[in-house]
Design a protein around this ligand. Structure first.
Ligand SMILES: [Zn+2]
Length: 256
């Protein structure tokens, strides 16, 4: 006697439907894989700033790692999430991109901090890869692209064009929601400045060959912003904002 003989007909078909639905869900949906990329590392400090009162120096690479580690810790409770580096070590832009292939990342999130010679420059920026904007081209000169030279730049420019065509709409959407998520966590509570989501040509994003964003979390050259950025409570809120944005993006992204 089979189990199904005891179940009335209508209920039986519902059970079957449920089993089929569960099966198709497993077959067509897979948990998204995130690769979180703390910028710079090892010999490459990135932007640096001296805190006179403390007699110390703040390096972009350390703050980027702090925020990225917190994002990773929250994300991995629900998703597959990896870090390009979990310690202070040298890692090239190419190696970061190769890691995206290795872990089969669906989304790449790079975390950096800004600095400017003018000490009043401040605020959060969330970049997505695009070149349909003159301002984006100026970004090539930035510190984030600095280990790319000459011919490699030209090759990567071509690669960037191809990747942009395929990924820009999704990256733009991810930038929009992550930007909103961060703003909701830090703008009012901390009076943080918002410079908005922006298009730019960052090679690490092109090299990753997948939908990606680069977050410039704030200016370590700005005294008050730097004071916030080194605080654990602020870093935690910032990381929570990124994750909230990524989850909203997952809800809203176009499904295949
Ligand atoms: Zn950087």
């Amino acid at each position: 006697m089979t189990v199904f003989k005891k179940i009335p007909r209508l209920q039986n078909s519902w059970v079957l439907l449920f089993l089929l639905w569960g099966h198709s869900l497993n077959a067509t949906t897979k948990a998204p894989v995130f690769l979180i990329d703390p910028g710079h590392g090892g010999d490459d400090c990135g932007a640096r700033s001296v805190i006179k009162a403390r007699g110390g120096e703040v390096c972009e690479k350390d703050l980027a790692l702090e925020i990225a580690t917190r994002v990773h810790k929250i994300l991995r409770k629900k998703y597959d999430a990896y870090l390009t580096r979990s310690i202070d070590r040298n890692i090239s832009l190419d190696e970061r991109a190769q890691m995206a292939d290795k872990v089969a990342a669906d989304y790449f999130v790079s975390i950096h901090l800004n600095s400017h010679e003018k000490p009043h420059a401040k605020g959060l920026e969330v970049y997505f890869l695009d070149n349909h904007d003159n301002i984006a081209v100026h970004k090539i000169e930035r510190v984030e692209n600095k280990d790319q030279k000459g011919e490699i730049v030209v090759i990567n420019q071509i690669l960037a064009d191809l990747v942009i065509e395929r990924t820009a709409p999704i990256s733009r959407l991810m930038a929009k929601y992550v930007h909103q998520g961060i703003v909701s966590h830090v703008k009012k509570p901390f009076g943080y400045t918002d410079r908005g989501p922006k298009a730019a040509l960052f090679y690490v994003l092109a090299l990753s060959k997948r939908p990606s964003i680069l977050i410039e979390a704030g200016f370590i050259s700005h005294p008050e912003e730097r004071e916030l950025l080194v605080r654990e409570k602020f870093q935690e809120k910032f990381a929570e904002g990124i994750v909230e944005g990524l989850e909203k993006f997952l809800e809203k992204r176009p499904k295949e």
